[in-house]
Design a protein around this ligand. Structure first.
Ligand code: 4AD
Ligand code: MG
Length: 461
């Protein structure tokens, strides 16, 4: 028997084929007296393959029982379709049911809400919309590696179990191998010296600190991996587990950092427009009517670069009220970010030189003493998609910052040594991969671009 061929290949065939084998899941079946039409999808693309089952088939009675959701195997000839709607169809000579699906199969032919589909996250990739989301996610993930490969960056696998808190935000998931029923104690407190690593450990919130060590060795590097944050913020753009792309470049300042951030976003959006056209069309039709205009605008136009101080003046003069007032020293909230990118500039922008007081210890202090070389890229519909900075490479300034923030030098001895042995200016950033997915698809909830989302009180699947 010949090998199964993916439906996307067959739909792009140039000539008929005598005998092909396809396998997939039944989307619909329509019967007439002399024929049954079965639409099957195998996940290789959005479109289905139409199977024509002639009443002369030996098991034709069984064909009439094939239900939506069943897994089937079909062999037959690939022929030009007589009906409209598709170029090719398969004239079946054998149809085998591999796995049946009873009437309780939840994805019958009607539109379901995103909320409902989240409750069946194990089945939702079998719908058109979620199939498309996860094909695009896969394509963009490959495009990230392609982008950095072509620029000569090295891919570093930074650790997931760590002992540090890069962002200093304290929203860590703790990791322990201790018996929680009966933990060892010292002076009434849990004694982590008895734990697996002999000290407290957590899941990483960012690969940055490790990546910095490799930038200061291999030059230009990036990591692309999961990050974990126990922020209890139930928003549509935060997840407890998300993926981050983190480049880190030696001998690079904040301006080079912003250049790379802009180039990366525009390149990834362009890649999606070229390589995921069919899937994107679905989102432009059913999810966000202005999607294509937004995406093409991102590819074609330069981003605005705006110092934080100027962002504050614009926000203070805004005609609309904000829930949180803004002045120098306040962090920008989503409402402010979205005002700047959606209403004021109507395109992506990069805000830079934020106040020192609201940013982590590793950001490079500017000459004014009040601001740091931080930058956030903001895009329409989402707000912050990238956060990054120049890193403080001067050991004395870094130590001073750590002291101010109460970070013990002994916990960061290796980080500090990188500033003593051949220190060099370097910069990097983190691109939230789910936020990129939201931008590219127009899907407005992070839960709908993650295969099995982890958010507060939600780890069922
Ligand atoms: O701005 P953040 O916190 O920056 C860092 O973690 C740096 N260490 C990155 C670096 O310089 N190497 O996070 C970077 C990006 C954000 O802009 C956002 O897109 C995304 O990561 N992000 C989240 N995405 C989903 N859910 C969350 N809880 C997120 N927190 C951050
Ligand atoms: Mg940030």
């Amino acid at each position: 028997m010949n090998k199964r061929i993916k439906i996307n290949r067959l739909l792009n065939a140039e000539s008929p084929m005598k005998r092909v084998l396809v396998k997939g899941w039944v989307r619909t079946r329509r019967d007439s007296k002399t024929f049954s039409f079965i639409e099957i999808n195998d996940g290789s693309c959005l479109r289905n393959m139409q199977i024509v089952a002639d009443a002369s088939l030996p098991d034709y009675e069984e064909v009439g029982k094939i239900s939506t959701g069943s897994a089937v195997s079909v062999s037959g000839a690939l022929v030009e379709s007589k009906g409209g709607g598709q170029k090719w169809e398969i004239l079946a000579d054998e149809i085998t049911v591999i796995g049946t699906a009873p009437e309780t199969y939840p994805l019958q032919k009607k539109r379901h809400t995103d909320e409902y589909l989240r409750t069946i996250a194990h089945l939702r990739p079998r719908t058109n919309k979620y199939g498309a989301v996860f094909r695009i996610r896969s394509e963009l993930s490959w495009a990230v590696h392609k982008f950095f490969k072509e620029k000569g960056f090295h891919h570093i696998h930074t650790p997931i179990l760590t002992g540090s808190d890069c962002e200093g935000a304290g929203s860590l998931f703790r990791v322990t191998a201790l018996d929680l029923e009966n933990p060892p104690k010292q002076d009434g407190k849990i004694d982590f010296s008895e734990d697996f690593f002999g000290t407290e450990a957590n899941l990483t919130v960012s690969g940055q600190l490790s990546a910095e060590m490799f930038a200061l060795s291999l030059g230009d590097v990036y990591t692309f991996g999961p990050a974990f944050r126990a922020e209890n913020s139930n928003t549509r753009r935060h997840a407890a587990e998300f993926w981050m792309v983190e480049p880190e470049m030696a001998f690079c300042d904040i301006h080079g950092d912003m250049d790379l951030a802009e180039e990366l976003i525009r390149c990834l959006v362009g890649h999606a427009l070229r390589e995921c056209a069919e899937d994107l069309e679905l989102f432009a039709k059913f999810v966000d009517k202005s999607l294509m205009t937004t995406l093409e605008g991102i590819v074609q136009n330069e981003f605005v670069r705006l110092p934080y101080r100027d962002a504050v003046s614009i926000l203070q003069k805004a005609s609309q009220p904000f829930e949180y007032p803004v002045e120098f020293g306040t962090d920008l909230q989503t409402e402010h970010e979205r005002y700047l990118t959606e209403k004021h500039f109507k395109k992506p922008l990069i805000v830079y030189d934020y106040p020192k007081s609201i940013k982590p210890f590793y950001m490079r202090v500017n000459d004014d003493g009040d601001t740091v070389g931080a930058m956030d890229a903001l895009v329409p519909g989402i707000g912050e998609i990238i956060g990054g900075s120049a890193r403080e490479e001067r050991p004395d300034v870094l130590k001073h910052r750590m002291l101010e923030l109460g970070l013990p030098e002994k916990d960061y001895w290796w980080y500090l040594e990188s500033r003593i042995f051949g220190s060099a200016p370097h910069s990097g950033f983190g691109l939230g991969f789910e936020r990129l997915m939201m931008l590219v698809t127009g899907v407005n909830n992070i839960r709908d671009v993650v295969p099995f989302p982890r958010t507060p009180k939600n780890i069922e699947f």
